[in-house]
Design a protein. Structure first.
Length: 183
């Protein structure tokens, strides 16, 4: 889109406002599909026993950079681009993981098992703690609002882990996949 800029006493000259992508800026039509596919990998890996120890999230960051470079001919893999793409991958991976977990709870009715294991963990903590104030706080965690608090804190921590691990994976991917300039 061209506009006109003028100053007092000078003729109007056209100004070009069109966007020319460079290798540093994320090109969203290429970034979102790459991040979504890699986020799916991260979410599925978290459903495995022990969450694949976070390796799936690291791999997802790498995969997102790899897929992004395949889709975008002008993409230059920098650390900041890898971190941003990894962060988007982490957010989408967390969304997919949350959806998968909600479906699992609804379909397999595993919410009761989760509730029971949380209550049992709190009971064991109460039994080990002689401090009356700590026992009172732990008893609060047995109540429905307390369990909601524990779940909220847990989901927040999982979100942060998705974000950090996927971002680190994106930085690693950018470092490993950096294109060398052609002579």
């Amino acid at each position: 889109m061209a506009g006109f800029a003028s100053q007092e006493g000078s003729p109007a000259t056209p100004v070009d406002y069109s966007f020319q992508p460079d290798g540093q800026a994320l090109q969203w039509p290429h970034a979102l599909p790459a991040a979504a596919a890699a986020g799916l990998v991260a979410a599925i890996s978290m459903l495995l026993p022990f969450g694949a120890l976070g390796l799936g999230m690291l791999a997802a960051g790498y995969i997102s950079v790899r897929l992004y470079q395949r889709r975008s001919a002008t993409a230059t893999a920098t650390s900041s681009l890898g971190a941003r793409l990894g962060a988007v991958t982490g957010v989408l991976g967390f969304v997919f993981f949350t959806i998968f977990t909600a479906v699992e709870v609804l379909v397999f009715h595993s919410g009761g098992e989760l509730h029971d294991s949380l209550i049992e963990a709190v009971r064991q903590s109460i039994a080990r703690t002689p401090d009356p104030q700590a026992q009172q706080a732990l008893r609060y965690l047995q109540s429905p609002p307390g369990l909601a608090l524990v779940m909220t804190i847990g989901l927040t921590l999982v979100f942060v882990v998705f974000l950090i691990f996927s971002s680190v994976g994106g930085v690693i991917g950018a470092a490993l996949l950096r294109r060398k300039p052609r002579p």
